[in-house]
Ligand binder design. Structure first.
Ligand code: ATR
Length: 277
């Protein structure tokens, strides 16, 4: 009689000890009574391909990929989804039974599903979005927002050329705004998204003036440590609808867990609590 193998998954990056993904996936494995493990793995760029190619034989059904390997992994994967190609990065690998390594990016859907769950009245067609930042996270947010039909994305970044490059790539619905004038976007914006690392524990605060913000505007921060950033606290005081970044992290994990373990997990208060443990 052949024994069923215990399915393994994990997350690969460096540094990796801060990752919340192990708590999230282990919580879902337990909730669904699945005998499996989710393991954080510290792997540098030189060993990335060798490690990844060895994992399927060791019983891994897939892994998440995080900083700094999210772009590089596209060269290693055998198949890349359209959305990962568009974003230019992958966060999820699926090790297929035929031996092929399939790369996907679930950050964009995670972003949108977090807003749908936590700001149920959100209508992306209501007006322009104001986006702060033009890094990897911004790419995932832009591709997801364009798909929702948002009429315009105003984008402001300290390094203007990075915002210009995104406009060239993603097209006419993007409008570049000078970083020193980022505050001017607030009045027109139906939603505001911080994709920079500003406001994160250990980073400088986000200093963009918010006084133009209108009541009811949706303000969301991708930063989740702290959960309530200065941006969210100020926006809340101004009567805005605020959504923190932890939900995006939880929602981006859902499609991966479903593909690896065959069950679609819920994102509920117990999942949030597990991630914060
Ligand atoms: P990620 O993949 O998380 O988006 P990234 O590609 O390094 O990471 O992008 C980080 C974002 O935060 C960028 O928009 C960056 O602005 P620059 O393109 O000018 O570097 C922004 N950022 C980081 N530190 C910043 C700071 N001190 N002031 C303004 N913007 C900052």
């Amino acid at each position: 009689m052949t024994e069923t193998r215990i399915p393994l998954a994990g997350v690969i990056g460096t540094p990796i000890s801060h990752s919340k993904s192990p708590q999230i996936h282990m919580h879902w494995l337990k909730t669904h009574g699945i005998k499996g493990y989710y393991i954080p793995m510290e792997v540098g760029a030189d060993d990335l391909e060798t490690v990844i190619r060895s994992l399927p034989k060791a019983g891994f059904v897939g892994v998440n990929i995080t900083v700094p390997h999210k772009e590089k992994i596209l060269e290693i994967a055998d198949l890349v989804t359209d959305r990962a190609t568009l974003i230019g990065a992958a966060n999820t690998l699926i090790f297929r039974k035929d031996g092929k390594i399939h790369a996907d990016n679930t950050d964009g859907v995670g972003f949108v599903r977090n807003l749908r769950q936590n700001a149920p009245g959100w209508n992306p067609l209501a007006g322009p979005a104001a986006l702060l930042g033009a890094g990897g996270a911004a790419r995932a947010v832009i591709s997801a927002l364009l798909e929702t039909g948002v009429p315009e994305i105003m984008i402001s970044n300290r390094t203007r050329v990075r915002a210009e490059a995104l406009k060239t790539e993603f097209g006419k619905r993007l409008v570049v705004v000078e970083w020193v004038q980022a505050g001017n976007m607030m009045e027109e914006a139906a939603m505001v998204v911080n994709t920079t690392s500003l406001g994160m524990i250990g980073k400088p605060p986000l200093r963009v003036p918010l006084d133009g913000l209108r009541k009811g505007t949706l303000v969301t921060d991708l930063v989740y440590a702290p959960l309530k950033t200065k941006l969210l606290a100020e926006a809340e005081d101004m009567g805005c609808v605020t959504v923190d970044g932890l939900g995006m992290l939880l929602h981006q994990a859902v499609p991966a867990f479903e593909r690896w373990f065959g069950v679609r997990p819920d994102v509920d208060s117990a999942t949030r609590a597990a991630a914060l443990r």
